[in-house]
Design a protein. Structure first.
Length: 118
């Protein structure tokens, strides 16, 4: 399968202003008959959820819509893009559909992404 990458025509980083990142819980706690609970990792890797936005023109909005619909199969497939925190390429997928908001002749696109193997 061909590796899917974030379109070059779109901003390459999610805006740090308003960027939120949350590591998904990966710990199982077990109560003991006496003493403190035991804790262990559930998986060897976990995910990290990112929410943020990009500001795009109308033509860039159309590129995103086409890529999301036709290349990602309505956002179901994984893709590579630059992590806004580490500036390294990583694998992501959409957690839900993106939203669009008109702002002074541009489009603010809100993204809710899951970074895999975080």
């Amino acid at each position: 399968m061909t590796e899917i990458t974030w379109p070059q025509e779109l901003p390459q980083l999610i805006r740090l202003n308003g960027l939120s990142a949350t590591r998904k819980g990966n710990v199982i706690r077990s109560s003991m008959d006496a003493g403190p609970a035991k804790a262990r990792q559930r998986y060897t890797v976990s995910t990290k959820n990112f929410t943020g936005s990009i500001l795009v023109t109308e033509s860039q909005r159309k590129i995103l819509e086409n890529w999301y619909t036709n290349v990602l199969g309505m956002g179901t497939l994984r893709f590579k893009m630059k992590d806004s925190q580490t500036l390294e390429y990583a694998e992501f997928r959409f957690l839900q559909d993106y939203t669009e908001k008109s702002v002074d002749g541009l489009w603010e696109i809100s993204l809710n992404l899951e970074k895999l193997n975080a």
